[in-house]
Design a binder for this molecule. Structure first.
Ligand code: ADP
Ligand code: MG
Length: 530
């Protein structure tokens, strides 16, 4: 009886797998740049010939590959970056699948020359049509990888390539994007031996900003607004272009997730939502943003080229992005460059990015909890923002009758919770429905929230779920108090809120304001130093 099923020859399997990682010349460059970065290089030289189809050469001064490892480096699933599946959720390295060199080798004529610092001399591995040879060569510490005649043995793939000029544009764009996730790298890019781009290493924030000026021009650089918001372990920072400088394409919304270049739908959707009311229909804003999350909150292994990601709590990220960016646009003057994390840069940022800290200084952010506001003449108040918000919120909702109105979430919020008894779950569900929540418990370990109170758009669900405790008091007053403490931080404060705070300070007997404000007269300042 004849058999139909046969195991594919390893080189065919590798060429098929290569289709996922190496689609075009730009994918080769992306993988080689990532490798150089992972190897802790500080200088990278990129040479491109014939838009990368004829040849690509990338030279770095990183850690190098030991001679004994050269053959292994081009085997599929060989990597020095992780050992177990779990490691990939904690690795800061760009690569971890051990696929790139094997894939590139299977669809091109490749050579790797490398010298680790402690190896006497460099060795070169040549690979072509599955045949390999190794010989000594001369080079200093680091690695040079040459990829010639891409897809020479996969004509179908070659047929799908776009014109040379489109392939070249994609390469240039990638190198520029890459240069902003590794500002410390000195990068030079050549096409047909002509220097196209040379970026010196940027070791401080101002030089990083200056790199953006090199890429996007003086106008963006002069008019951009600086953003740096950190809340509950999430941080977003970067530069937002002037809103009047909108574009017909969305090609200048560059977002880096934990320093990776990503193309993520959720992030793009969040940006669209923020900018829709701010720029004319069909036009797009510009920004360079860095989103930083704990590594275990995002799965980067969903796509072979690692461009798409999956968030553990998409809704939390979405809301964090939108609320952080909206705050910037609703405040006429940002003063948070004065906060501790960025204070050393404040002067230069002000100089470079056009902040004028002396205009309209009505409040200063001290940290995530406190601000100082200028009340009148020489009168300054220190405000505990969460306490004020709590006070103000209680005042407002005391007039609101139950059940409160709900706001449905764009995406349900899911969270594993400590074991609650069934009776407690039922009880809290009914109680929270009165406050405008829609929620379910899946089993007794997972909570799913679909809607939150309309009057609490800033509710931080992560913080809120943490305060839920078995046997906690479920009366209106205590729930109200707990909820109101989980929804506001000093970073969210806007000019409107400052008006409200001033109103509250005006209306209240000074002894009552003690709940959330202290007048900063000399006596109370002196007390701080006791
Ligand atoms: P991955 O990056 O996922 O580990 P690759 O196929 O891209 O897989 O690379 C395989 C291995 O080769 C890497 O894990 C690394 O040890 C080594 N390597 C590749 N490029 C370089 C380089 N430029 N410098 C030093 N080591 C490199
Ligand atoms: Mg790699």
């Amino acid at each position: 009886m004849s058999r139909d099923i046969q195991r594919l020859a390893p080189e065919v399997a590798c060429q098929i797998a290569a289709g996922e990682v190496i689609e075009r010349p730009v994918s080769v460059i992306k993988e080689l740049l990532d490798n150089a970065l992972d190897a802790k290089a500080t200088q990278i030289k990129i040479d491109v010939f014939g838009s990368g189809i004829r040849g690509i050469r990338i030279e770095d001064n990183g850690s190098g590959i030991w001679a004994e490892d050269l053959l292994l480096a081009i085997e599929p699933h060989s990597t020095s970056k992780i050992r177990t599946l779990n490691d990939l959720y904690y690795t800061p390295s760009k690569g971890f699948r051990g696929e790139a060199l094997a894939s590139i080798a299977s669809v091109s004529k490749m050579s790797i020359s490398s010298k680790p610092a402690l190896q006497d001399h460099a060795m070169q591995l040549k690979v072509q049509s599955g045949k390999t040879s190794i010989q000594p060569v001369v080079r200093a510490q680091g690695t040079t990888i040459e990829v010639m005649d891409l897809f020479h043995n996969v004509p179908v793939r070659k047929k799908f390539l776009k014109s040379e000029s489109i392939e070249w544009q994609a390469i240039e764009l990638l190198v520029k994007k890459f240069s902003l996730c590794a500002p410390h790298l000195q990068i030079s890019l050549y096409h047909e031996e002509q220097l196209i781009l040379e970026l010196p290493a940027a070791s401080i924030l101002e030089e990083h900003a200056y790199r953006i000026r090199r890429l996007w021009g003086k106008r963006f650089y002069d008019e951009a607004k600086w953003i740096d918001v950190e809340r509950s372990g999430l941080r977003v920072w970067g530069w937002l272009g002037n809103l009047e400088d909108h574009r017909s394409q969305n090609d200048r919304l560059w977002v880096y997730l934990n320093n990776r270049i990503v193309q993520d739908k959720l992030i793009m959707h969040a940006l669209k939502q923020v900018y829709a009311p701010l720029v004319p229909e069909g036009r797009h804003a510009q920004c360079v943003l860095y989103l930083e999350l704990p590594f275990d909150m995002v799965d980067i292994n969903v796509h072979p080229a690692k461009q798409e990601v999956r968030f553990e709590q998409p809704r939390l990220i979405y809301d964090f992005m939108t609320s952080s960016l909206k705050t910037i646009w609703t405040q006429s003057v940002r003063t948070d460059v004065l906060t501790s994390g960025t204070s050393q840069h404040s002067e230069t940022i002000q100089q470079h990015l056009g902040f004028d800290l002396n205009v309209g200084k009505r409040f200063f952010l001290c940290n995530a909890d406190f601000i100082i506001i200028h009340f009148s003449a020489q009168l300054y108040y220190l405000i505990d923002v969460v306490a004020w918000w709590n006070y103000h919120f209680q005042k407002r909702v005391s007039k609101q009758s139950f059940p409160w109105r709900s706001r449905r979430l764009a995406m349900p919020y899911l969270k594993d919770i400590p074991l609650f008894s069934h009776a407690f779950c039922e009880n809290i569900k009914t109680k929270l429905q009165e406050f405008g929540f829609e929620l379910d418990f899946w089993g007794d370990e997972r909570l799913c929230i679909r809607a939150i109170p309309e009057s609490m758009p800033q509710l931080n669900l992560n913080d809120w779920v943490k305060v839920l405790k078995p046997k906690m008091l479920l009366d209106d007053l205590s729930l109200n108090h707990l909820l109101s403490c989980c929804q506001f931080s000093a970073y969210d404060i806007t000019e409107n809120d400052i008006e409200l705070i001033r109103g509250d300070l005006n209306d209240l007997d000074p002894s009552d304001t003690q709940q959330f404000a202290r007048c900063l007269d000399s006596k109370s300042c002196r007390k701080l130093f006791k």
